[in-house]
Design a protein around this ligand. Structure first.
Ligand code: XMP
Length: 508
């Protein structure tokens, strides 16, 4: 399979570079600069190498430097930011610090004809982020772009197929960023662009078929998109040698546990063991009101249950986790994450020889596409996110079975009304919250104290920020009328109109 190596020097944007390459239908793998030699790169058949940016100064003693032989391995190389400076430094150019030359943000770029910048107008906008700069390009390199402050904004040595840009083509602010990558990948590396998600899936299935043949493999299935896609992928590689453990915490939405179990068994053909642990979670959470404490207890209880199940299997060879790229960024644990900083504690309670994270390099929308490529139902791949601690963090204050049951019904009504109206296409996450606020209501001639339910719906690309959905009043009215008439004890419904920030998506 045609692939390109993204050699990681610690920049924030190594994954976006890999993603931009994949968007051009070429598979990209990210490997740390310390973990690969020139010989290995050549042996693995990469068509080209991209050196990423990074926060260091190439001339500092501890700065990350790769195997010097990579520069003379004969493969096309594109250096970005720090990667460009490293090429200059290793090839004998001059990299220096001069505060006046630092650039951060959108900057005017002046370029002339070059292989890498083919198609660039004489003046365009690029995104800069550097303190150091290349003062002199190395011998054999030709400077192809500059800015007002940066004398070497792009350089190339077309004889040896080595190119560098000080600016960041992977950033959306660089007007012709995609063109840089396109020129490098297609014109310089000679790629043909054969990669699509179905190729990725096929590649991973073959890889795991070899790697995990005859091994005992375990996965914690949450019913969310990530762990389900990971499960289906590994299942297609090794069949029933994969055991998925699905823990019903009693904190799932209405009918969710049955739905997940049925879909996995009957449609996805996954070997799944369901553990009904609702009572155990409920008693562990008795009397607890602090959200942090709820998360901690749920995480601990989940690990205990999972550990017990894993022990029943005997020695596990491989633990599969549904970690995706945003989890790697947040140092989270895949889609079974109970706290913002959970480190994927499952690996601490299960004894295993190796860990596999097949989706680690993918963004959420890519994971959904991988699910479709694996033949998973569309409505399953496009499920809305659901937090690891489940309804516990949507049930403000102490959690009781009664509160949870009422919340489950209210949430189901709200979701039904949204789905019925077709508004689910315009919102990314929507749910009900059970507050511990009581307010006065009237039922018949009587004044009563009832509970308050909050309805929340947000639109968001990445959930780092979110806006509240402008749901048509009729949908809210229908949901409100049904919840108050079908659920005794609920006398007030409010709709949450706070964006994130300052609010978070969840209430706890
Ligand atoms: P917040 O509330 O932080 O939510 O704005 C952003 C996204 O993350 C989900 N979320 C969680 N997911 N464990 C999870 O697995 C958690 O503890 C957790 N808290 C929030 C939330 O549903 C939203 O999609």
């Amino acid at each position: 399979m045609e692939k390109v190596l993204v050699l990681d020097f610690g920049g924030h944007y190594n994954q976006p570079i890999a993603r931009k390459v994949r968007e051009q239908n070429i598979y990209a793998e990210i490997v740390s600069y310390q973990k690969i030699t020139a010989d290995e790169i050549v042996a693995q058949g990469y068509k080209g190498i991209i050196f990423t940016g990074g926060p260091d100064s190439v001339f500092e003693p501890d700065a990350p430097h790769c195997d010097a032989a990579i520069l003379s391995a004969g493969l096309p190389i594109l250096g970005i930011g720090y990667g460009c400076q490293l090429i200059a430094y290793m090839a004998g150019g001059k990299v220096t610090y001069n505060g006046e030359i630092s650039e951060f943000g959108a900057t005017e770029l002046i370029s002339d004809g070059s292989e890498l910048l083919d198609g660039f107008p004489p003046v365009s906008i690029c995104w800069m982020s550097h303190r150091n700069h290349i003062k002199e390009a190395p011998l054999g390199f030709h400077v192809t772009a500059y800015t007002e402050r940066c004398p070497v904004a792009a350089m190339e040595n077309s004889k040896d197929h080595i190119y560098g840009v000080q600016f960041h083509p992977e950033m959306i602010e660089t007007e012709y960023g995609e063109l840089v990558l396109h020129n490098f990948l297609y014109n310089i590396c000679g790629c043909v662009g054969e990669w699509k998600m179905d190729r990725f899936v096929e590649y991973k299935i073959n890889q795991y078929r070899e790697r995990l043949a005859d091994k005992k493999v375990l996965l914690a299935l949450s019913g969310g998109v990530d762990s389900s896609v990971a499960a289906v992928l590994v299942n297609q590689a090794i069949g029933d040698n994969l055991t998925c453990v699905f823990v019903d915490t009693g904190l799932l939405r209405k009918d969710e546990a049955d739905h997940v179990e049925k879909t996995c068994r009957d449609i996805l053909n996954i070997n799944v063991t369901r553990v009904d642990a609702a009572e155990r979670f409920l008693s562990a959470l008795k009397g607890v009101t602090s959200p942090d404490e709820k998360r901690r207890i749920i995480s601990e209880e989940f690990n205990n249950v999972f550990e017990e199940e894993a022990k029943k299997l005997g020695k596990v060879d491989c633990l599969v986790q549904g970690t995706i790229y945003s989890d790697v960024l947040e140092r989270g644990a895949g889609d079974i994450s109970f706290t913002g900083s959970d480190e994927g504690a499952l690996h601490q309670v299960v004894e295993y020889d190796e860990m596999a994270e097949p989706l680690r390099s993918l963004f959420k929308d890519e994971v959904r596409k991988a699910g479709l490529a694996l033949g998973m139902p569309e409505e399953f791949c496009y499920r809305q996110p659901f937090p690891g601690p489940g309804l516990a963090i949507r049930c403000v204050g102490e959690i009781t079975k009664e509160k949870l049951d009422t919340l489950r019904e209210a949430d189901a009504i709200f979701r039904e009304e949204i789905a019925k109206s077709g508004y689910d296409r315009f919102t990314n996450q929507y749910f009900a919250v059970m507050t511990d606020t009581h307010s006065v209501g009237v039922i018949g001639d009587e004044r009563v104290q009832g509970s308050t339910i909050v309805l929340r719906s947000v639109t968001s690309d990445d959930f780092l920020t979110a806006d509240w959905s402008r749901i048509p009043y009729e949908i809210l009215a229908a949901a409100s009328a049904r919840i108050t008439s079908e659920l005794p004890g609920i006398t007030r419904i409010v709709y949450d109109i706070t964006p994130k920030p300052p609010a978070t998506v969840e209430w706890e």
